[in-house]
Unconditional design. Structure first.
Lengths: 273, 264
């Protein structure tokens, strides 16, 4: 498996040495004469969580597929660290009901692993009870967790998650982002994630890249949320809410570790100005 | 049972045993029309084999693989829908095959036999051909089973996990071409797809794993072959269509049999 993987990736491999796992230089991509991505340069460091945000059709998924090597850029270069192990969670996985498949079997399709490892991976993502269920019978949130389990079974250096909370209810979404953050800590892997749930994602992110064909702005969430380009794209209200959320987050974990419910107000916004 | 009946049954079983597991993939990957296009093209392959003075099976495999590659390439263009391209290909190759065979005045071609099968006329040589090709196909299919299943469930995910997706998909097409070549003798080019998809479709509600479905499809296919050949002997009906009628009857019975719901 590893050899095959290495062979697939071998077309664009950077000699080992640099600390970045993934580096894109001036990547452009177009389809049918329409530019999808323009002059994208970014690099992802070991252990970093990077979130791509942007409106629908802004090229987020295309960028992810180029990062994974599933699509070739029209111009520019993509370099992955030699031997990089990637755990991938694609967007909108639908498994045809005509294919009988249990969760255990679904996980086994990802490759060989130690006996009992699949169950512990499911325990880590909080879904051990579905192991013998048909993949089509479990809920959206459970299925996303199963996908995450399949990704971590590869013991990845890099987790690539394309809208990981899709089809999950709001409370489940926050829990899933927390889980992703815990997995990062535990495995020390970098995370490249696509999302448009701005509020939920921000607290768990080291760097936000705001995409709309080109990179509008990027940086730490607290900084990006005040960037004029960001405010223009998502509106003043959303940007303010983000700032609020950060303030809120800064205070919550100190005393008890519990999630307090600060009413968002102008006061909290002031902190960031 | 006389030698003649045994030969006929063995030919049918040989095809059904390999058509079951392979047909499961045709059903999972929604390739029914693709199978139709390939099997129609087989007629052209017979013509090619005859012109080149080679075994028709060889001609069928060559033409089917060529058509499969052409179809795969044509899926990249976006101006025509996939099913339109398949429809054009299926009927164009059938028509070209029929016209080409008409030009072959030097060889007498049993057209009805090619279209609807002629399992009662199966020779020992045919039987060898069916079983060697059939067992070979099953061995290769078993070898690519996990990567092919992974690519069927989610192509991009499989690719990121290191599965050589294009390689296993091309292998599947070659296997389909081989099965079409050997199944022609039994049910003819017009009915081959039914041999692939009906047994698998009948099994879905009773299976919890892909492997159960593949094995049960092979078993049901063999039952249908036995019933169809029995019908053919008793009522003097054409054997190929009788096998497909038997398959359809089995399918209808399974539809009304209580089983697991797909969600379980």
């Amino acid at each position: 498996m590893d050899n095959v993987n290495a062979a697939v990736m071998s077309s664009r491999i950077q000699p080992d040495g640099g600390s970045s796992l993934l580096e894109m230089q001036d990547v452009c991509f177009e389809r049918g004469g329409k530019a999808i991505l323009e002059h994208i340069s970014l690099s992802l460091a070991r252990g970093e969580i990077m979130t791509l945000i942007g409106p629908n059709g802004s090229g987020k998924t295309t960028l992810v597929k180029i990062a994974l090597g599933l699509l070739e850029p029209d111009s520019g270069t993509v370099a992955r660290k030699r031997g990089l192990r990637i755990g991938y969670m694609p967007q909108r996985v639908v498994i045809d009901p005509v294919l009988p498949l249990t969760v255990r079997r679904f996980l086994s399709l990802g490759g060989k692993c130690q006996l009992g490892r699949r169950r512990t991976a499911l325990e880590e993502v909080g879904a051990p009870h579905v192991i013998d269920s048909a993949v089509q019978s479990i809920s959206g949130g459970e299925f996303q967790r199963v996908l995450l389990a399949r990704a971590i079974l590869r013991e990845p250096d890099l987790l690539v998650l394309d809208e990981p909370v899709q089809g999950v209810d709001v409370t489940g979404q926050a829990a899933l982002y927390d889980l992703i953050s815990r997995i990062r800590t535990r495995y020390g892997c970098a995370v490249l994630m696509v999302s448009h749930d701005l509020h939920l994602v921000m607290a768990q992110t080291d760097r936000v890249v705001c995409l709309n064909q080109h990179i509008c702005c990027s940086g730490h969430p607290a900084v990006v949320s005040k960037d004029p380009a960001f405010i223009e794209m998502f509106g003043k209200e959303d940007a303010d809410r983000l700032a609020v959320y950060h303030h809120h987050h800064d205070h919550v974990h100190e005393p008890s570790g519990e999630i307090a419910t600060h009413p968002p107000g102008p006061h909290s916004h002031d902190h960031h100005d | 049972m006389n030698d003649f009946v045994v030969k006929t049954l063995l030919a049918g079983f040989g095809v059904a045993v390999v058509a079951g597991p392979l047909g499961a993939f045709v059903v999972w990957r929604r390739m029914a029309y693709f199978g139709d296009a390939l099997s129609h093209a087989a007629l052209l392959g017979v013509g090619l084999g005859l012109v080149l003075g080679m075994d028709p099976v060889f001609g069928v495999v060559v033409i089917c693989v060529a058509v499969a590659v052409l179809l795969a390439l044509s899926q990249r263009q976006k101006s025509l829908a996939g099913d339109t391209v398949l429809g054009i290909m299926a009927h164009a190759t059938l028509a070209i095959g029929l016209v080409a065979l008409a030009f072959l005045t030097s060889v007498r071609v049993d057209l009805m036999g090619l279209l609807l099968g002629d399992v009662l006329a199966v020779t020992t040589k045919d039987l060898w051909r069916i079983w060697v090709a059939g067992v070979g196909t099953l061995v290769v299919l078993a070898g690519i089973w996990r990567p092919l299943l992974a690519a069927t469930v989610h192509e991009d995910l499989a690719r990121v996990e290191g599965v050589p997706v294009q390689g296993v998909q091309l292998t599947l097409m070659v296997l389909m071409a081989i099965v079409i070549a050997i199944a022609m003798k039994v049910v003819g080019v017009l009915l081959i797809t039914s041999l692939l998809i009906i047994p698998s479709a009948a099994t879905r509600r009773f299976c919890r794993t892909p492997e159960q479905m593949a094995v049960l499809a092979a078993v049901l296919g063999c039952c249908a072959v036995a019933i169809g050949i029995w019908l053919s002997f008793h009522f003097d009906t054409p054997a190929g269509p009788s096998i497909v009628v038997a398959e359809t009857a089995i399918f209808l019975i399974t539809v009304f049999t209580p089983g697991r719901s797909p969600g379980q």
